[in-house]
Ligand binder design. Structure first.
Ligand SMILES: Cc1cc2nc3c(=O)[nH]c(=O)nc-3n(C[C@H](O)[C@H](O)[C@H](O)COP(=O)(O)OP(=O)(O)OC[C@H]3O[C@@H](n4cnc5c(N)ncnc54)[C@H](O)[C@@H]3O)c2cc1C
Length: 380
């Protein structure tokens, strides 16, 4: 089915992203995978190409468009290229909205130009060793000391954790407040007491620096409070819908790409004197996966349109996230099987897609939490 949500401008932007991937990412990707981290030069190159801060106002160096379809194009192309390490989507779609919607004018002037040029790489630190799905369990504390906060605690699994120059930290500012006692504090690189732990050893996404962060008596100026005091939970709930949609957009594009590659593979690979594609089981596998992808694609494109018009609610973003990521997991697993032993070899994209993609049903809210949100919206 021909997709109908993009204009010529979006397709021109797609070409820009493809050129960027071919020139600035693909030649370096193997090295980044070995290093466990991407180069800062790649972030600066992304900034020069206008791929950072798509929705940031032009006066700060951004793209100045609220049209989420550009972000969707970026997510699709990165996913199709199998690029998991250079987390432009996290920076643009997940962290960007906190800065554009919550920062004061003074904070915007301080942070947004570097955000758009690639000089300021960002991260968001919610998860702690004892609190992931249940953010009410957050134990990192920020004590009010008049003109500053004193931050103590630790975070884990933080994407861009090693590279980040600016980290939005979710901290408890009211000991007894439950979900209503959390605030967002911005911690900048080289602030005394802010230390990085290990770059964590993961089964996939090897070039993504996912790290532990430690805060020991970190003095955070009052000017670095982002949004409302004790208002973090509401800010998180507001922004998580876009995060979930962005992950879903990458998931369906990744599934489609692996399915296309597998379709080519089964047409070429022979067994018992004929191509695999002549076997009925293989034909049914491809037919089923193609159907599931097409149905999911229709729903996702509708979600992208709704979100661009400011109309996507949390429940539908959660539906998109769990459905598309679980589909990606199924498609990748079955496509790997269709590759036989070659599917287990890292030189085949399906192998890397299998390990890189496995996290998709976990971060950004697990499949089970997505179902909780949807259930609540229907039943409560
Ligand atoms: C590679 C990677 C990158 C990440 N990046 C970031 C980041 O940049 N910033 C950040 O803050 N975090 C990040 N995370 C953390 C991620 O968001 C959490 O791992 C995720 O939310 C799950 O939390 P948890 O690991 O504590 O699992 P838990 O919350 O302990 O969940 C364990 C299991 O219990 C299930 N479960 C929990 N509660 C319920 C419930 N109410 N009903 C049914 N089932 C339930 C879960 O679905 C899951 O299957 C990242 C994680 C990874 C692995």
């Amino acid at each position: 089915m021909k997709r109908q949500i993009f204009t010529e401008d979006h397709e021109a932007f797609r070409q820009t992203v493809r050129t960027f991937l071919a020139k600035e990412v693909e030649p370096h990707y193997e090295q980044w995978e070995k290093d466990g981290i991407v180069s800062r030069e790649a972030w600066l190159a992304a900034g020069r190409q206008g791929l950072l801060g798509l929705d940031v106002p032009e006066e700060y160096g951004g793209g100045g468009t609220a049209d989420f379809r550009y972000a969707a194009v970026l997510a699709e192309e990165f996913s199709r290229a199998g690029v998991a390490g250079l987390a432009l989507g996290l920076h643009n779609d997940i962290i960007g909205p906190y800065l554009t919607s919550l920062a004061t004018d003074e904070q915007k002037r301080r942070w947004l130009p570097g955000f758009c040029s690639g000089e300021i790489v960002t991260a968001i630190a919610m998860t702690e060793p004892g609190a992931g799905s249940d953010l009410q369990g957050i134990r990192t504390t920020a004590e009010d000391k008049g003109d500053h906060w004193v931050l103590n605690g630790s975070k884990t699994f933080i994407s861009n954790g090693i590279l980040a120059d600016l980290v939005i930290v979710v901290a408890r500012t009211k000991p007894e407040g439950g979900a209503k006692g959390l605030s967002l504090l911005v911690v900048e690189r080289d602030t005394p007491g802010f230390e990085r732990g290990r770059n964590l050893d993961k089964i996939g996404q090897k070039s993504q620096d996912t790290a532990e962060l430690f805060f020991n008596d970190v003095r955070v100026p009052k000017e670095n409070l982002l949004g409302e005091l004790h208002g973090a939970f509401l800010h998180l709930m507001t922004n998580l819908a876009q995060e979930r949609l962005a992950i879903a957009v990458g998931a369906i594009a990744g599934a489609e790409e692996i399915l296309e590659q597998t379709t080519r593979y089964v047409k070429e690979r022979e067994a018992f004197g004929r191509p695999l594609a002549r076997l009925q089981h293989v034909r049914f596998e491809i037919a089923e996966l193609a159907t599931e992808c097409a149905v999911t694609r229709a729903f996702l494109d509708r979600c992208i349109e709704d979100h661009s018009a400011g109309q996507l609610d949390a429940a539908h973003a959660s539906m998109a996230k769990w459905w598309a990521t679980e589909l990606q997991k199924r498609v990748t697993d079955r496509c790997l099987q269709l590759h036989g032993g070659y599917g287990y070899m890292n030189e085949f994209p399906v192998a890397r897609a299998y390990t890189d993609g496995r996290i998709q049903t976990i971060y950004g809210g697990t499949t089970e939490i997505m179902k909780e949100i949807i259930g609540r919206s229907i039943l409560d």
